[in-house]
Design a protein around this ligand. Structure first.
Ligand SMILES: [Ca+2]
Ligand SMILES: [Ca+2]
Ligand SMILES: [Zn+2]
Length: 222
């Protein structure tokens, strides 16, 4: 009998989380434990006799698992709730995600990914994602979750910390996209360091300037 696998769509999401949050707690949960196996869950594989997946309608004959649990411990300066709010605003998220649950809320494609109080397990320690019920979602390796955008939600202090961390540098590398932009942002970082020794208003202006640069870089990438 075939061994259950993560869908390519799930692997694509995990890979982008790894890039954006190098310090995040791993591994992710994916295949159902005995508790999940006793009830209907996308942590259970499809195309498996006796299993209880949420959806068993794909055209392949491979045991696909299409739900993942991601620890809320992403790094020192990012909240999973901010990630949820970001995901909910992504264009065409429903092509790859059916619903996700965190912090007592569920965001479902059928509600346009507006958060609704969730009656079951509140999922405070992790994010549960059930991916979309389609073969194209199973096989989607290119959807861009744009996790680098989360830099814009940071405070000045968080940004300064992030610039020193693997996570911040990974996000910056993606936000910048090109070496020349990286150099510009690197110079801004040095300037901020000097400004820190002068006054807060200057730091605020530098932060706005970096925000503007990131926005400009973003618009070039789109
Ligand atoms: Ca399948
Ligand atoms: Ca499939
Ligand atoms: Zn789960």
């Amino acid at each position: 009998m075939a061994i259950p696998r993560k869908t390519a769509g799930m692997l694509n999401f995990e890979r982008q989380l790894d890039e954006a949050f190098p310090e995040r707690r791993r591994p992710d949960g994916w295949i159902g434990d005995p508790d999940h196996q006793g009830r209907t869950s996308s942590h259970n594989p499809d195309d498996t006799p006796g299993a209880r997946p949420e959806w068993n309608g794909d055209p392949d004959n491979i045991p696909d698992v299409r739900a993942v649990d991601v620890s809320a411990q992403l790094g020192p300066d990012v909240r999973m709730r901010a990630v949820c709010d970001h995901l909910a605003d992504l264009p065409n998220l429903g092509s790859v995600v059916r619903y996700f649950i965190h912090d007592g809320q569920i965001w479902h494609v059928n509600n346009g990914f507006g958060p609704v109080p969730h009656s079951g397990d509140p999922h405070e320690e992790h994010l549960h994602v059930t991916f979309a019920f389609s073969e194209s979602a199973d096989d989607n390796t290119t959807y861009d979750y744009h996790l680098e955008d989360l830099m814009a939600t940071m405070t000045v202090d968080q940004l300064l910390d992030a610039l020193e961390s693997p996570r911040g540098q990974a996000l910056l590398a993606k936000a910048a996209g090109r070496g020349v932009a990286n150099q510009t942002l690197g110079r801004s970082k040095e300037t901020i360091g000097q400004d820190l020794q002068s006054d807060d208003a200057v730091i605020g202006r530098r932060f706005d300037a970096i925000d503007g640069k990131l926005a400009a870089i973003e618009s070039r990438l789109h």
